[in-house]
Every structure is written in structure tokens, then in C-alpha cells.
Design a protein around this ligand. Sequence first.
Ligand SMILES: C[S@@+](CC[C@H](N)C(=O)[O-])C[C@H]1O[C@@H](n2cnc3c(N)ncnc32)[C@H](O)[C@@H]1O
Length: 414
Amino acid sequence: MPRPTNDGTAARAAALRLLDAVLRRDETLEHAAFAATRGLPPADARLAQAIAGETLRRLPDLDALIDAKMARPVASDAKARMVLRIALTQAIVMNIPHHAVVATALPMVNGGPRRLVHGVLSRLLKDELPPLEAPRLPEELEARWAHWGEDVVAAARKMLGERPPLDISLKGDDVAAPDGKSLAPRHRRVASDCTVTDLEGFEAGGWWVQDLASSLPARLVPADASTVLDACAAPGGKTMQLAAAGHDVTAIDISKRRLHRLKQNLERTGLAAKHVTSDLRTFEARPFDAVLLDAPCSATGTFRRHPETLYRARPRIIEEMAALQDELLAASARLVRAGGTIVYATCSLEREEGEDQIEAFLSAHPEFSLSPANVGITGIAPTDRGWLRILPGMLADEGGLDGFFIAKLVRAAE
Ligand SMILES: C[S@@+](CC[C@H](N)C(=O)[O-])C[C@H]1O[C@@H](n2cnc3c(N)ncnc32)[C@H](O)[C@@H]1O
């Protein structure tokens, strides 16, 4: 087990392991953090995650700066480049003194490309470094999102360079909760530079952290739906909304580990829902009045909080996710009663996981039709087709919200 250090090298080595896990092994930062920061004091673990996260936000710009100082090209996954990326991030974004940046970078390349890293880093740190406030997105992603419009891509860049706001959902109207601006019923946007567990009312359990966009799908479940299946439920943000709204909720998820977190969330908030570990595709039950399908996806809409999605969401992953969503939608159709509602959602900015998915579903299931996804929030309105497409740039003056696609599908009465 690594020993705690007071010279900062262990945190940088952990940041390097995190970056490596994301860029070379396609892991999420959250998943990679278990192994990469094991045994580190919490402050070092937090620093490692902050360095890796900030590096991933600005990778194309960091690489351009590095390349300008390299005599010969260096592979994108070479250790020298990884160490230089981490070092530059600390100097540019985190305002860490240059001597500390160099002193913690060089031990990572001892016995390796130390001379190269030292030389390039010295040349880089001599110059005035740009602030990188609106970082470029990876090239292939900028190309993929171009169809949303230049303004959307520009807004995405801006959002990537900013600290995302912290949204909370309230269990009721009179709960103890931190102050903040309310953009929707039972929503509050609070200061983001704080520790969540220190905020007012956390222990009392009257609220939970949930991006405003992520709270929209549950708002579309009809108030008179008595029984609701939360079909991909963990860790339970939407389950809690549904339970707080008074529905009889059954929450299922294929992951036992994630469902355990849902159980803990229900316990903290004192809300009730049945929970079952199950694959939705084989789940059997009497049809529900409504099914909320918050499907697994590439999660590219959450790039502000999870910048690694910008690199993980390659076309093959999107294709695999779309195939799974197709199966999950078919299972949801089987589990909703005649006259009932399916709310389908993905935190993705890819049409394959949103618009295309629903058009294909409607062709294969003529018994379903779209109902306008009106959430009654200023600035968030359904498209002409009736679904909600949440894009970068929406509610920008308020701090924005995650990218999402949400459709409300109603099954014809028999
Ligand atoms: C987007 S997350 C759900 C987030 C959750 N609705 C919330 O608001 O907290 C998608 C979830 O789908 C689950 N999942 C993936 N495949 C599944 C399947 N075949 N059946 C049921 N759940 C599945 C994953 O384990 C994951 O927890």
C-alpha cells in the first residue's frame, strides 16, 4: 500500500494512473479512482482526482501547447506526454507554483524520458500560459456535435471550462435545505464550492444532489399514475422524486452494488420504494401505470462533471448502447398497461440514443404515440416533435444544465 507522502508525489502518481485508466483502458474516473487512489490520505486522493479531471477537460489545448515545444512528435499515450499534461494542468488551471509542478513531475519519469520532460516543461513554463477558459472539445466530438449548431458547440466549450453548479432536489416544500435559487418546483441551485455532507439539512435527509436536467424525466410521470416502475433506477435520484410525489414505486436495476446505494439513499431521505435487483429485459410483473426508463447511455451530456465521457463515447460504444436501449424500450413496452405512459430518458447528446431511438420505437410499436413533454419550466420547452432535447447553452445565464433527451410515450387505451 502506498505510504502517505508530504511532498505531493503520491498524488501526482495517482493522477497519472487515473489518466492512464481513462485514456488507455476506457474506465470512468469514478471507477478508476478505487484502484488508483487506494491507500492515499483523502487530501491526496482528492488532489489526484482534481488534477486528472481538469486535465481531461483541456486535453486538446494541452496537447497543442506541448506539441509546439516538442522537437519530435510523441505518441498520445506516451508517458512523457501524460506527465506533461498533468504538469501543465497544475500550472495553468490550478495555480500550483512552477517549482512544485516540476519537482513532482520529474520523479514520475525517473529511469525514463526525464530529460525530455524536463526540457519541454522548462520551455513551457518560461512562456505566459493561456487561461484555457473555453477548452476545445476532442476533434471527432466537435465534428459529431456540429449538427447541433456552432453556438451549441461553443456553449459546450464554455461549460467545460466552468465549474458546474450544484443542484439539489427537495423531498417536500418545507424541508431543511441550503439557500439557493429555485428554477423549478422542489429544485434549488446552491453554491458549488462546498462539501455536500456539510450543507444544511443533509443529515435530516430532506434533499439529494441531482442536476436540474436529471430531475426532468420524473416530472413527466403523470400525477395520477398509481404504480410506477423505475426501470433502471440506481442510485435512485428519480426513485426518490417519484416516491416523494406519492407514487407506489418499484425500483429495479441490474447492478446489485448500485442498488445498494439506492437503498442507502432511500434510508437517508426516509422515502419508501420496493427495490429489486433484476435485468429489465427478463423482469416480469403486472403491468404498471407508468414506466420511467432512464436508460444506460454514453452519458456525453454529463461532460461537465464527467469529462472522461468525451473520450469514452466512441462510435462503437454509442452503437452498443443504442442496441441495449432498443431492448430496454421493448421490455418497458411489455411492462406498461394500456393507456399507461413510458418516460424514456438518456443523459446523452447523441441522436442515436435519443431522437433516432424513439423514431425507431414508434415505427415498431404503433400502439404508442408521443405526448408533449411539458415540464412547465421557463426556458425548457419540447421540440415540434414533442420530446425534450436539452442542449449546451440552454439556461446559460443560470449556469446551464446537463445534456439530456426525454420523450413521453403514451400507450393507446384498449
Ligand atoms: C443512467 S443510470 C440510472 C440513474 C438513475 N435513474 C438515477 O436517476 O439515479 C442507468 C442504470 O441502468 C442500469 N442498467 C443497465 N442495464 C440494465 C438492465 N438490463 N436492466 C436493468 N438495469 C440496467 C445500470 O446499472 C445503471 O444503474
